[in-house]
Design a protein around this ligand. Structure first.
Ligand SMILES: *Cc1c(COP(=O)(O)O)cnc(C)c1O
Length: 475
């Protein structure tokens, strides 16, 4: 593709995306294709001769779009948002156009230093302590996901706890324990498997009435394990659980970690970015005093386009010590000078994309005020929705809803709730997902996309309310 051709098709692609955003609200939010339908429309073999780019765009409309669930749709309320925005998309294009691979400082100094700098900015915006920045003993790194962040910090915790022996001898499976609440994200079990600790090393701690970790139960579990000769390696506290957005009491969990020498990781995948608002900063209570690591996903609620997880550690030496391997072909004078950061030592893969560009673009375009406005808008809409649920006797709220997630259900048995969810999702107008809260089937409405406005939340409530009435009429 020549530069002239790229210019022509590039303009068409930007137009395509802008048109898609304009018409998205009229598309069925949840894809209606059947399994295998998308593949059945694709040729069995790739083209022998090159094709015009316009043919690809035509198939994008004809084959791909019907097979999409539209995550940026204003009626997308499932899971958590995966919000994107103009500046994020344009910066992704720039990143791809530059095509740099930032595994070492030397392979593109700007790729590394911009990432360090923007993550220091974000630490400031979120009120994280200085030891999580490059001015302190730690620093931030962009991972693809909160799961990857957890995996690397668990390796760092094992490295530190084992005095470096985990690197050479692997982990002593029977000996180590990690802890999280029963509401914690499944990525902890995955990380336990990948590190070789195995799932039997994970202790799930009971929760309190508000679904946050019970610190007394944590203390009892750790003390019992220590008495039994086991070694607590890490506690993962969650700020905003995936199921209900419960916030674990980090200020009470922290002293227990300190007492028993366990690494404290804070998983704030969805909710952490809300701390840019002073009135929501309470979700970070205890982090400044106690956390060893912290991760939040700007790609969820902060308009940064998947993928972008901001992962912070207070002790970068532990992370680099756990992960650094230096083959001859990567040796260079900058690394050996000890004055640069080589992000390959902060993640699982060697190679890495220039993802800092999009976080930089998003922060600069919106400014801190614009980002706070986005968070506040989502929270306000969620609170309004929750007030409608609370005022309707047919429904009940199932968990505290301090942020932009509301968990609710029809009072009574599960089956009408399953039907209600199925029917509203089949309508194509909105998309919600579900969870269980104390074994009860529960609907989740999560707000945070850039396109969602009050009218869309009102329409969601009208649809839910109308379908609930019809369900009741049908008995
Ligand atoms: C979304 C989420 C995760 C996992 O996110 P990935 O980035 O997809 O790995 C982990 N923890 C919490 C609390 C989350 O909300």
């Amino acid at each position: 593709m020549t530069a002239a051709e790229f210019r022509e098709h590039g303009h068409a692609v930007v137009d395509w995306v802008a048109d898609y955003w304009d018409r998205m609200a009229s598309l069925p939010v949840l894809s209606q294709v059947k399994p295998g339908q998308v593949r059945a429309e694709l040729p069995d073999v790739p083209p022998e001769a090159g094709e015009p780019f316009t043919a690809l765009l035509a198939d994008l409309d004809a084959i791909v779009v019907p097979g999409l669930t539209h995550w940026q749709h204003p009626g997308f309320f499932a899971y958590f948002p995966s919000s994107t925005s103009g500046p994020a998309v344009l910066a992704e294009l720039l990143s791809a156009g530059l095509g740099v691979q930032g595994m070492l400082w030397q392979t593109s100094p700007a790729c590394t230093e911009l990432e360090q700098h923007v993550l220091d900015w974000l630490a400031g915006l979120l009120g994280l302590p200085e030891r999580f920045t490059f001015a302190g003993s730690g620093g931030g790194v962009i991972q693809d996901s909160a799961s990857s962040a957890l995996l690397v910090v668990l390796l760092a915790a094992l490295h530190r706890k084992s005095g470096g022996r985990a690197r050479t001898d692997g982990v002593d499976r029977g000996r180590y324990r990690v802890y999280a609440s029963i509401e914690a994200h499944s990525s902890l079990e995955k990380a336990a498997r990948i590190t070789g600790l195995g799932t039997s090393s994970v202790r799930f701690i009971e929760t309190r009435a508000d679904l946050s970790m019970d610190p007394e139960a944590l203390r009892t579990a750790i003390a019992g394990d220590v008495d039994a000769g086991l070694t607590p390696v890490m506690v993962m506290a969650t700020v905003g659980t995936t199921s209900t957005s419960a916030v674990d009491p980090v200020d009470r969990i922290g002293p227990i970690c300190a007492e028993f020498g366990a690494w404290l990781h804070v998983d704030a995948g969805y909710a952490g970015v809300a701390a840019i608002c002073p009135e929501l900063r309470w979700i970070h209570r205890g982090i400044t005093d106690y956390a060893d690591s912290y991760a939040t996903n700007p790609h969820k609620w902060l308009l940064t386009a998947f993928d972008c997880d901001a992962c912070y550690v207070s002790d970068r030496a532990a992370l680099v010590g756990a992960l650094s391997v230096v083959p001859e072909y990567l040796r260079n004078s900058a690394s050996e000078s000890g004055t640069v950061v080589d992000y390959r030592d902060w993640q699982v893969p060697l190679g890495r994309r220039f993802r800092a560009l999009k976080l930089w673009a998003v922060i600069r375009w919106y400014g801190a005020e614009g980002l706070r406005a986005h968070i506040r808008h989502s929270v306000a809409l969620a609170q309004r929705f929750a007030s409608w649920v609370a005022a309707d006797d047919r429904f009940e709220l199932m968990a505290p809803h301090p942020l932009s997630l509301v968990c609710f259900r029809l009072r009574g048995p599960d089956e009408p709730n399953r039907l209600l969810l199925q029917e509203i999702n089949d309508s194509g107008r909105i998309y919600l997902s579900h969870t269980t809260v104390r074994d009860a089937f529960t609907l989740r409405l999560a707000i945070g996309g850039a396109a969602t406005r009050e009218e869309h939340v009102t329409a969601a409530w009208d649809l839910l309310s109308r379908n609930a009435s019809e369900l009741a009429d049908r008995g």
